[in-house]
Design a protein around this ligand. Structure first.
Ligand SMILES: O=C(CO)[C@H](O)[C@H](O)COP(=O)(O)O
Ligand SMILES: [Co+2]
Length: 232
């Protein structure tokens, strides 16, 4: 991986990545500064097009605005149809790590080649209903597998434990693969995600619905430490 911010993110693993979907967009700069002060080591940006998922969030202008606000690694989760068409635009907007859904493309390889040529980290995303076999042929060409524990499209959904089996299976296939979990990750579920092998933990409502982001993050980090598979 040559993108220095992605390298920094992976070296900091395990990392909790706040999902900017339910934050206060009317005070985006304040939110980003608060997360930086609370020691966040990256941000997860949820891009939704209303076609691939039945919801619309934001696109390149907001990614660009966040890029101008912070030097933190930006992990951009594309929940859009035909993501290859927008890879250059998101690279130009400042994405460091770009993940796209295998369900949103007819052929993975050409989109993957395109994203990799743009000096971004690359990741494939699996919805709960998609088997890991959809990504196993590509494990040597990607940096991350993002395993969804909710059906992509909305924050605040309940965690689907099928994701844990996928994390364990992928960890067993490729021990050095960076694994990311996204959807319904909170104090009750984050420990089992860590035990199952996750490195990056996307958290939305468990942070943004709390009145004290720092306290919520500290409790989540403690749970990750307590359930670390590498600790004795
Ligand atoms: O990709 C997503 C939804 O499609 C979001 O990243 C995810 O839902 C995070 O929010 P929460 O922690 O509240 O589930
Ligand atoms: Co996401």
């Amino acid at each position: 991986m040559t993108n220095p911010r992605v390298k920094q993110l992976f070296e900091a693993s395990p990392v909790i990545l706040p999902s900017l979907l339910q934050c206060d967009f009317g005070n985006l700069e304040r939110e980003v500064r608060q997360l930086e002060e609370d020691g966040c080591q990256g941000l997860h940006l949820d891009v939704m097009d209303g076609v691939f998922v039945p919801n619309i969030s934001y696109g390149m202008p907001v990614v660009d605005a966040i890029r101008k606000l912070t030097d933190l690694p930006l992990d951009v989760h594309l929940m859009i149809q035909d993501p290859g068409k927008y890879a250059q635009a998101f690279s130009d907007a400042g994405a460091d790590l770009l993940t796209f859904h295998v369900e949103a493309v007819d052929e993975i390889a050409p989109v993957l080649d395109n994203v990799r040529s743009l000096n971004m980290g690359t990741g494939l995303v699996l919805n709960p209903g998609t088997a890991i076999e959809a990504v196993t042929p590509f494990l040597n060409e990607i940096d991350v597998v993002l395993v969804m524990s909710v059906d992509a499209g909305f924050g605040g959904q309940a965690f689907n434990p099928v994701a844990l089996d996928k994390l364990k299976a992928l960890r067993a296939i490729k021990p050095d693969l960076i694994l990311e979990i996204d959807g319904g990750v909170n104090l009750e579920t984050i420990g089992s995600c860590r035990e199952a092998g996750a490195d990056l933990f996307v958290v939305g409502s468990a942070i943004f619905r709390s009145s004290d982001y720092a306290a919520a993050l500290d409790r989540l980090r403690l749970e990750v430490q307590r359930h670390d598979p590498h600790s004795s």
